[in-house]
Design a binder for this molecule. Structure first.
Ligand code: SF4
Length: 339
């Protein structure tokens, strides 16, 4: 495993020859393990009810925003709108409210999603293994859960209330999901929230631990950058485009087989560049509001974060093909076992 001083040195090193070498290595390893395949997915927000108070998030329970939870018919409408774009991998998201979006609600959402998508992932409130098992048996393939920061002190400063303020419960969520049988798990940190090198070191350690104890799971990493809310920044450090590219390249070199995700919160320019270096999974045609695909007019939406890459799925696919990438809509399809 890489050491903390080594990570610090890499993040501080802006020598052009070093950066070129890191980028070249990252690109080579990516082509070796992933070829030119790039998976596409879309996020779909089911609810913005949240009982936690994370200072950096617009959905937190102290924020006076219109709270919405999609009903059965609305779920069909939103999911159909996404499926009509060609997307087959869906990431279903909610705020973290055990009351507004309990397991029964998530199971219903899964049943509906199965009609429209080949692969279903969830980014919802952390649960127990038995609950994840129920979701897995209904058709959920993957869980996304970011620790945000592994620095306990900083974690407690920004997670003020609700279940999310329980550091250990959140940190142990990926292993509970893995025990339930989930096929893929996505880990991540929120860049800018805390000291970067320390968080990277802990994230890599967490991933190594998961790989050792649950080798059958497919893992991916995400590195979202903290965005402002209503002009207010909660970042303690600025993460430049170059910093982000270095983090992506380093992660790729250290973990050649692990998927690297990049969402539409980054600009088209940066996303296109990162695709050449190591990104293997991107969201496309995204909307980060509840009901944002079909139900709510743009002016009435309250997104969790602003989108920078507004290209449609069709435009992204056209771009990928023009750069000789292979857009992958699904690499997984469940089949009924015949007895
Ligand atoms: S980050 Fe998640 S848990 Fe925290 S306020 Fe936002 S939606 Fe709620």
């Amino acid at each position: 495993m890489i050491s903390l001083p080594e990570i610090n040195n890499i993040l501080a090193n802006n020598d052009p020859a070093f950066l070129e070498g890191l980028a070249l290595k990252s690109r080579t390893v990516t082509r070796q393990y992933f070829g030119r395949a790039v998976s596409l997915y879309a996020p779909l927000y089911l609810s913005n009810y949240c009982s936690s108070h994370c200072t950096y998030c617009g959905f937190n329970n102290k924020n006076r925003i219109a709270r919405i939870r999609l009903n059965t018919q609305q779920m069909h409408t939103e999911m159909k709108a996404v499926a009509d774009t060609g997307i087959e991998n869906i990431l279903l998201l909610t705020g973290e409210s055990y009351k507004a979006t309990p397991l029964t609600y998530l199971k219903e959402a899964t049943m509906i999603a199965k009609k429209y998508f080949a692969d279903i992932s969830m980014e919802v409130h952390p649960m127990e293994t038995a609950e994840y098992r129920e979701l897995f048996l209904m058709g959920v393939d993957g869980i996304t859960v970011y620790q945000e920061t592994y620095n306990r002190k900083r974690y407690s400063e920004v997670h003020l209330a609700g279940k999310k303020s329980d550091y250990d419960y959140r940190r142990d969520t990926p292993q509970r999901a893995a025990r339930s049988g989930m096929r893929h798990i996505s880990l991540g940190i929120l860049l800018g929230l805390s000291e970067t090198a320390g968080d990277l070191f802990s994230l890599y350690g967490h991933l190594c631990w998961m790989e050792k104890h649950f080798p059958g799971v497919e893992y991916s990493l995400s590195f979202p950058r903290l965005r402002k809310i209503k002009g207010r920044s909660f970042a303690i450090c600025n993460i430049s485009d170059l910093d982000l590219i270095k983090i992506l390249c380093l992660s790729r070199v250290l973990f050649p087989r692990v998927g690297l995700n990049l969402s539409t919160r980054e600009t088209p320019l940066l996303r296109d560049h990162a695709l050449e270096l190591g990104i293997t999974r991107i969201s496309a045609g995204s909307n980060t509001s509840v009901g944002g695909y079909q139900l709510k007019p743009a002016g009435e939406q309250e997104p969790q974060f602003d989108i920078e890459d507004r290209r449609s799925v069709e435009e992204i696919v056209r771009y990928l093909k023009s750069r000789d990438f292979d857009p992958v809509f699904t690499d997984w399809r469940a089949i009924e076992n015949s007895v």
